[in-house]
Design a binder for this molecule. Structure first.
Ligand SMILES: [Zn+2]
Length: 360
């Protein structure tokens, strides 16, 4: 446009040229652009045609300059119109592509939702089963002392569990270890509440958590797994209280058909000690692969609190008594879900976790 001398052009064209950029910008589709094209550079009646007529009637000596001005102006308009057309065609194409991409009648996609891990859910469910019986949740550290993990639980000095073959001791602090069960929480809670037993009318709590043992990883073993510990201390507590409580809990957990049976067993921190079986929740007792045809599956260890455990915490076993039980969480989850390999619970394969959504 440098060479353009507007003074040579009719006023009507000068005004139109000033208006042109705004009019071009206002074109929002190709139809509007074509109308504008008609007004400025079309074959009939356009500003371009009027300019050519002006050129024809111009005096000879001015034709050269006027011709140059007209050509310059026309090509400026044409270039701007062409660029705008490319823009609008591109926009139209992407709109059409978007139309094919989006089916606006479909409901919007639902983002994937997170959920609790199946082991956490099972532990939470146990807590819920015991809550109406007055049990609250207690926790303890995973790095423990021998005092809490062994001494306070009446585990003898020469017991094999105290050896480095079975237990992880901390290299930098050999007097500390990774707890081998949730039972040290018993010792901590008993010590803490020993003087408040009368006021509290006893104690009852659950202690869910991680425990560690030097086991090789295989389909039924892991060096880290979960337990839920339960304990009740009161006056005149006997095996009948333990049996009634656990029978109730198993029915709440597995349904009304969940009968239980107790077999004598030995754990240093209870006397008498017992293992408890529940009627196989999968076959209802008829016999299946999970219960190995017996109709019963072992689910936890339990017993009446050994007097030495109470004494260690400063509680008089002539006044107070109680029971304790400990349940393997992975073992129970595997049984309920018929999962043959413990490792699946730790690999976080989304397909497995999704399948386990039916666990509870
Ligand atoms: Zn069975």
């Amino acid at each position: 446009m440098d060479a353009l001398d507007l003074s040579l052009l009719p006023q009507e064209i000068v005004v139109a040229n000033e208006r042109f950029p705004a009019e071009l910008a206002a074109c929002s589709d190709l139809d509007a652009l074509n109308r504008l094209k008609g007004v400025y550079t079309g074959r009939e009646g356009s500003f371009a045609v009027k300019l050519m007529e002006k050129l024809k009637s111009a005096p000879k000596e001015r034709k050269r300059d006027l011709g140059a001005a007209i050509n310059s102006l026309k090509s400026t308009w044409e270039e701007a119109l062409k660029a705008k057309q490319v823009d609008l065609e591109g926009m139209k194409k992407s709109l059409e592509a978007a139309k094919n991409l989006w089916d606006t009648t479909l409901p919007p996609p639902v983002p994937p939702m997170g959920a609790l891990h199946p082991l956490d859910r099972l532990m939470a469910r146990l807590v819920e089963v015991f809550r109406p019986l007055g049990y609250h949740v207690e926790e303890g550290p995973e790095v423990e002392t021998e005092e809490h993990n062994f001494d306070g639980l009446n585990i003898p000095e020469d017991h094999s569990a105290r050896g480095t073959a079975d237990t992880f001791y901390l290299a930098a602090h050999p007097q500390l270890l990774l707890r081998t069960h949730t039972s040290p929480v018993q010792v901590r809670v008993l010590k803490r509440l020993a003087t408040e037993l009368e006021k509290r009318n006893g104690i009852r709590f659950l202690a869910p958590g991680r425990v560690y043992r030097k086991d090789e990883i295989d389909p039924t073993h892991s060096p880290m797994f979960h337990q839920v510990e339960g304990m009740l201390v009161g006056k005149g507590i006997g095996m009948h209280h333990l049996k009634g409580t656990l029978a109730y809990a198993m029915k709440a957990l597995f349904g009304e058909g969940a009968d239980v049976r107790f077999r004598p067993s030995y754990f240093p921190f209870v006397e008498p000690g017992s293992e408890m079986d529940v009627r196989c929740p999968l076959c209802g007792g008829a016999g299946c692969r999970v219960c190995k045809g017996s109709g019963w599956v072992e689910i936890l260890g339990a017993g009446l609190i050994h007097p030495n455990v109470l004494r260690f915490a400063g509680i008089d076993p002539d006044i107070w008594s109680g029971f304790a039980f400990g349940m393997g969480v992975e073992r129970t989850a595997m049984m309920v879900s018929q999962t043959p390999d413990l490792r699946l619970f730790f690999e976080n394969d989304q397909r497995f976790l999704k399948l386990m959504g039916g666990l509870d």
